[in-house]
Design a protein around this ligand. Sequence first.
Ligand SMILES: [Zn+2]
Length: 395
Amino acid sequence: MSARIGAHKIAGVLGLLLGTTGAGASAAPAEEYLLDMAIAVHPQSERGSPAETAARVGAMLDEATRVVEGIDGVPPGEMSCPIRFRASNIHRYDGAPPAPPYACGTGRRDEAALFPESVLGEASGCANPVAQGLGMFVGSGFYRSPADAGITYAHEMGHLAGVPGDHAGWGGTLLGGSGVRTLDVPANLCQIYLDFAASRGAARATAACISGSGLPPSPDPYTPDPRFSACHARDGWCDGYGRCVDAPAACVDGHALPSRGADCSAAGRCRACTGSRSECVPCETAVAVDASRPGLLLVESSASGNRDLLYRSTPRAGSASGGSELDLFLDFGAPISGLARNPTDGVLYLVSPQRGSSDRTACSIATGVRTAAAVSGSIAARSARSESAGSGISA
Ligand SMILES: [Zn+2]
């Protein structure tokens, strides 16, 4: 099977995508504050081994960081706030472990205590701003999920930073109180975290997926890096919402995921990209796709309508259950307002009403199984920024 796509059509894709992703990549990476706490673990909250306990604590802190640095709601009510939570050390609760009811922490400054039972009734944590410590419930054997515990941790750290215990004035945020804890971090909450970190003399590092230097609407506001851009100072790729997804850098080309089977042996632990979840896996686990069966094209519309993502699901070869695999991502970088398919060659035209740019009002992309290679080819060409992008793409 052979598929070709005209150079002018590829140029349309190039123009749109390079134009939009280039603008977002100009700002300098943000500096994040590293907000450390000692973590004291009650013996009953430990997991099977010290290493497992430390890993669980680390996962919780990563999730807390994701809450603050990631965008979960709709801007401008929600923003990427460059605060990273870390453990200065993780240790067993010193001395004889206390019995319930537990206090708000261990009484030590800058220390968080993890307890097997709830600290205050149904509440899952409490903070002592005077002692600058907090206590929170993670369950026996730390059964509470890191994502769930991370929300509480970020919340209680907000109290240490200065949010009052009654949450007055902080409704609709992470600090909603009364058990209502959204993941939203608006500018005023970010500011109190930043001031708190600065007052503690917190160390700073490069944020993985946030650029800018100030709170919105400053001239250089904190902004999530574009989806599929490589993370700063660590492996992985940015999810477009301020978070770095832990995936081998070898499976990210800067703006899009490479196609299935692309070599990623440079990452050491892997040999081939799946092309779907940015995973880099041993070659023998690569999933074969049945090109003779029809695929499905999906458009994931972003909340704001301006970061639409196109992806393709293709049936797996030899799959009795009829399973399919997402094998192509394309960050359109713009809203998709319409589409049409040319039945003679299978080319699908996507229409994007870009503001103030008449030459970007429409572009085309080949898709569907019959022209799958043309799609992959256009993405590869885009990442390589090659002038010969339009030449000789065939399946
Ligand atoms: Zn609270």
